[in-house]
Design a protein around this ligand. Sequence first.
Ligand code: EPU
Length: 428
Amino acid sequence: MEKLKIAGGYPLKGTVRISGAKNSAVALIPATILAESPVTIEGLPNISDVEILKDLLEEIGGKVTITDDEMTVDPSTMISMPLPNGKVKKLRASYYLMGAMLGRFKKAVIGLPGGCHLGPRPIDQHIKGFEALGAQITNEQGAIYLRADELRGARIYLDVVSVGATINIMLAAVRAKGRTIIENAAKEPEIIDVATLLTNMGAKIKGAGTDVIRIDGVDSLHGCRHTIIPDRIEAGTYLILGAAMGEGVLIDNVIPQHLESLIAKLREMGVTVETGDDQVFVSGTDKLKTVDIKTLVYPGFPTDLQQPFTSLLTRATGSSVVTDTIYGARFKHIDELRRMNANIKVEGRSAIINGPVQLQGAKVKASDLRAGAALVIAGLMAEGITEVTGLEHIDRGYSNLVEKLNGLGATVWREALTKEEVEQMKNT
Ligand code: EPU
């Protein structure tokens, strides 16, 4: 086990290239199950979630090869192997195996997904969608059993706008008989990316990226080649970092339109942000103004950037309020930021940040992926050395983090935990 050590307080400058989107990758990889010949996905991020999904596809008989950032999956030899335990529990996105296996084999057994602990994360809308398509579903000892004699298209209204449910229903519906209409669908760019892959595989999907998606089921899907979209949350994390410590940071391989809500908020704070076709330039300022943010579904301010943004707000003059309407309990990073001298109160779904404060290096623990990003940003802003543990969370979503940060002039390195630290981790 390792920790990340950060020597804080140094200005950052240079170019950082953004990797493929984690939240697309974790859906695109299961989507390959639906094809009957090899699918190649280009531009995958170097993250542990991708590794785990590769192992899961191999467990069900797929042949998977990875070269650099490209994965080829030959799904022709796959079988509907039950996956009630083991690696499925390691990531939340393993729920996409339900939709993909149901679509291809009309049956699946998948252990209830793990992932970041952000408060309750039900999957009732996924289940409602599968049932509407004709699946019988039971929950036995922590695993979901899905079976259908036949999948039939249906009209499905989502009671909650859900990225996962929208994609999962799409995965099953592309192989259902007849037309499926998903109403009140989520509109995140990752949904368009998955629909693009499925369309290249021969699926008939209209309206991805709007709140009504129409899918006409087909009998079979074939292999294809697909390039993943850039990770807007990784890009947003570097934008926030550039605003906090940047003396001119160029973020390359990004779709600026995916980051409009964040860019608007940074500009309100007085940060210089310039956008190009596939690049964003950011430069910080000594005098940051406060802003309030409220997380919303896309194109609103993303909940996944709420935690990193909070670290930046500790440097703004006055009081800012961050409200998370998607995950009301996504505040585990706050106690850790307080250890670093931040002045933050949590009231219900909101965090109230008073600044400016000079953060101080400390030993802190990442409780989830974006909490980890918040602590890394805070460490780079802080005086002295910060040690971040819980790297398994950060490794799930940030490709080549140490190399990318050091490429911008940061001093960041990984070190093995001492025996005492390992013992301490076990006891907390
Ligand atoms: N919800 C329900 N029932 C459902 C599904 C969702 O009540 O059946 C609720 C959730 O509890 C939440 C809201 O609806 O309050 C939105 O959840 P959504 O289903 O959209 O989230 P998700 O698909 O599980 C994805 C990302 C998350 C990101 C959210 C919101 C993946 C693998 N995960 O999760 O990413 O926070 O959308 O944008 O795509 C991250 O990257 O750090 C991360 C947690």
